[in-house]
Design a protein around this ligand. Structure first.
Ligand code: HSE
Length: 311
């Protein structure tokens, strides 16, 4: 007999990974959002409850990333199914940790599970991207893809979707530090320019290609040298108090490289080994403390499996 209820976890992710603006994303082990989905006879998709958002997210299913992902999925398979959603919002809003993507991913993995896994994992991505468009006004896939599939994902093209999983070295450890301020993705995108210079383009694609090569060759030094973003970071740095100093001290204290996670304000570092990761994370937190800014640190290996069914 088919279950009519399931809970799914979808992890946070590091969008952009510095040079890969809108095209690279990396999944971490935790934190993440959870979605509990139950089928019913109502023929409607509804959100029963959101726990952990302090009442800030819309309860209308067509305005919420979890709801939109389920609605779009059901539309595409042509099933008029009643669904009730409970969202455990563990990821902070406006954090740059792929919060909106994780809710949509967890919801679409859950509905696909309840529908007997009609679609393959990768085929679920368009629904999570559509949810992202509703939440952020932009259909970027660099958070949804790694949260769904795990690992480091390159989104070569959105239409038709073409994504590539890049292998990552065994000892690579991710650090996320989330200072307790909020930056909305929409706002962080509005500071960007519509065009870049050829010189910046050359620097950016050289670093993106070198980062991918560094990952595949397990060349930690090359990974570190390539975590350079001349497109978005210079324009977004001022949205994060002390960003430039924080980055400098992180690199002096164990980070191979450091940048803004997604659209910020979270900061990420990639490190070789847990000891270096702890050192870099502590250093960043101390810098934020000195500015009277509380922060939370998350240290984890690369999450290579993505969203999963909890029960
Ligand atoms: N690539 C997106 C951006 C990620 O930087 O705006 C948003 O989390």
């Amino acid at each position: 007999m088919r279950n009519n209820s399931v809970k799914v976890f979808a992890p946070a992710s590091i969008g952009n990974v510095s040079c890969g603006f809108d095209v690279l994303g990396l999944a971490v082990q935790a934190p993440g959002d959870e979605v509990l989905l139950s089928l019913n006879n109502s023929k409607e998709v509804t959100i029963k409850e959101i726990i952990g958002d302090e009442g800030r997210l819309p309860l209308e299913a067509n305005k919420n990333t979890a709801g939109v992902a389920v609605i779009e999925y059901l539309k595409s398979i042509g099933v008029n199914q009643g669904v009730e959603i409970t969202l455990y919002k563990n990821l902070p809003l406006g954090s740059g940790m792929g919060s909106s993507a994780a809710s949509g991913v967890a919801a679409v993995v859950a509905i696909n599970h309840l529908m007997g896994a009609l679609l393959k994992r990768e085929e679920l991505l368009p629904f999570a991207i559509e949810a992202e468009r509703i939440a952020c006004g932009s259909a970027h896939a660099d958070n949804a893809a790694p949260s769904l599939l795990g690992g480091l994902i390159l989104v070569r093209q959105n239409h038709p979707l073409d994504i590539v999983t890049i292998p990552t070295p065994k000892e690579l450890v991710c650090v996320l530090v989330h200072p307790q301020i909020e930056v909305k993705t929409k706002d962080a995108r509005s500071v960007l320019k519509a065009t870049i210079t050829l010189k910046d383009g050359i620097t950016q694609w050289a670093n993106t290609a070198a980062l991918v090569a560094g990952m595949m060759k397990e060349d930690y030094e090359l990974i570190g040298r390539s975590l350079v973003d001349v497109v978005a970071e210079p324009l977004r740095a001022d949205l994060i108090p002390g960003f430039r100093k924080v980055k400098e001290v992180a690199i002096q204290n164990g980070a191979l490289g450091c940048g803004i996670s997604g659209s910020g304000p979270s900061i990420f570092c990639l490190c070789r080994g847990v000891e270096n990761a702890k050192r870099a994370g502590d250093t960043i937190q101390q810098e934020f403390n000195a500015m009277n800014l509380n922060s939370e640190i998350y240290i984890s290996e690369v999450n290579r499996k993505g969203a999963y069914v909890v029960k």
